[in-house]
Design a protein around this ligand. Structure first.
Ligand SMILES: Cc1cc2nc3c(=O)[nH]c(=O)nc-3n(C[C@H](O)[C@H](O)[C@H](O)COP(=O)(O)O)c2cc1C
Ligand SMILES: CCCCC(=O)C(=O)O
Length: 370
């Protein structure tokens, strides 16, 4: 289905939305079943998908009183890039399923509020075009392809387009089973392609007889044999900082540091190994193991300003939004993603003030009732 643009009425509803849940409802209403299945799905029974949210809600805060909170500073920086607030956009494939402006809209929105967008290898928009829209505020997410030469070219394109970091996703040698996508045979609509990795013809040639076209497509392209021992190859391909996305244990965090990488704690939004630990629950052991030797980020289940503070209290430098950004994009393109980021920015500011903290440096484990 080719998407229409949001109506005047839908744009007004977006402007009136008071939280991310309301924007999710607006975004969902604009999507067809194919796209909706793809966005909402977790792997298998969705235990990890739910745990990401539940673990944020479970932790209680220990606010301090009678602190001068007349001025609040939400700023931070990630790998030297200043952020107005500690929230970026996680990589997700195929923004063209949500809005005709696709990844360009997401990039512009993130840049306009001093955030950062992570662009997926499987974008519907060429890397260079997103780089131009992002004004330097983008990181590039790499899926390492079995075709190393193609991977090398993709990394070079990301560098040339101004990416500030390479986010290497390590939790998906195979895609997890998103069963709704298999049942209804998820496929990219004919007007969309994945220009960084393959032509539309290649995509169309992938078997769709048995389940999700996406899974077959991915399985056929991605390198499943890559190990820690191969990271040296990746290091040789780029000067950019490398962030390993999908780390869930202290053991892997230690290896990441030894290999000179930064760490993105994530279970891929519950879409890979079901019953894997929630992102928030994985964070403390990782922060303890890393002990300041690398930067740590987190995604999975973030939907409130208090969630952001909890992740920071447990050792994250910043958090990233997967589905919430997609709901914003579906609800209103660039304006929708911007609205999501602005709402969260304002929630972070208020949560800091009501916690008796003036800035993020004052957010530590003593904010939490553990
Ligand atoms: C529709 C969708 C597509 C995704 N595509 C990618 C991708 O291309 N590369 C990647 O590393 N992660 C991908 N992810 C995972 C996100 O980067 C992120 O880890 C996850 O969505 C965070 O959880 P949240 O949705 O609860 O915020 C995708 C997630 C979703 C929902
Ligand atoms: C073919 C792109 C896979 C994107 C992905 O990582 C996901 O759907 O979770």
């Amino acid at each position: 289905m080719t998407l229409t643009l949001p109506t005047e009425e839908q744009q007004q509803a977006l402007a009136r939305a008071v939280n991310l849940a309301e924007i999710e409802a607006l975004g969902r209403a604009r999507l067809d079943q194919n796209a909706l299945d793809y966005y909402v799905s977790g792997a298998n029974d969705g235990h990890t998908l739910r745990a990401n949210r539940e673990d944020f809600a479970r932790i209680r805060l220990r606010p301090r009183m009678l602190v001068d909170v007349s001025s609040i500073d939400t700023s931070t920086d990630v790998l030297g890039l200043p952020l107005d607030f500690p929230v970026g956009v996680a990589p997700s494939a195929f923004h063209g399923l949500a809005h005709p402006d696709a990844e360009r809209a997401t990039a512009r929105a993130a840049a306009s509020v001093g955030s950062v967008m992570t662009l997926s290898t499987f974008s519907n928009t060429p890397i260079a075009d997103v780089g131009a829209a992002a004004g330097g505020r983008f990181w590039f997410q790499l899926y390492l392809l079995a075709d190393r030469e193609l991977s090398r070219q993709i990394i070079a394109q990301a560098e040339a387009a101004g990416a500030r970091a390479l986010v290497f996703t390590v939790d998906a040698p195979y895609l997890g089973r998103r069963e709704a996508n298999e049942r209804r045979r998820f496929a990219l609509p004919p007007h969309l392609s994945a220009p960084n990795v393959a032509s539309r013809e290649t995509l169309a040639g992938v078997d769709t007889d048995t389940g999700s076209q996406l899974t077959h497509y991915f399985q056929h392209l991605v390198d499943k044999s890559f190990t820690w021992a191969d990271l040296g190859w990746l290091r040789q391909q780029t000067e950019l900082p490398i962030v390993l996305k999908g780390i869930l244990t202290a053991e892997d965090a230690e290896l990441a540091v030894q290999h000179g990488c930064h760490i993105w704690v994530s279970n891929h939004g519950g879409r890979q190994l079901d019953t894997a630990v929630s992102a928030l629950a994985a964070l403390p052991e990782i922060a303890d193991a890393v002990a300041g030797r690398a930067e740590i980020y987190l995604d999975g289940g973030v939907s409130r300003g208090t969630d952001v503070l909890k992740a920071i209290a447990l050792g994250a430098q910043a958090v990233f939004l997967g589905r919430p950004a997609l709901w914003g994009l579906a609800a209103g393109g660039e304006a929708g993603v911007r609205r999501v980021l602005e709402l969260l920015r304002d929630e972070v500011r208020l949560a800091l003030a009501l916690s008796g903290r003036q800035n993020l440096a004052q957010v530590g484990r003593d904010l939490l009732k553990l």
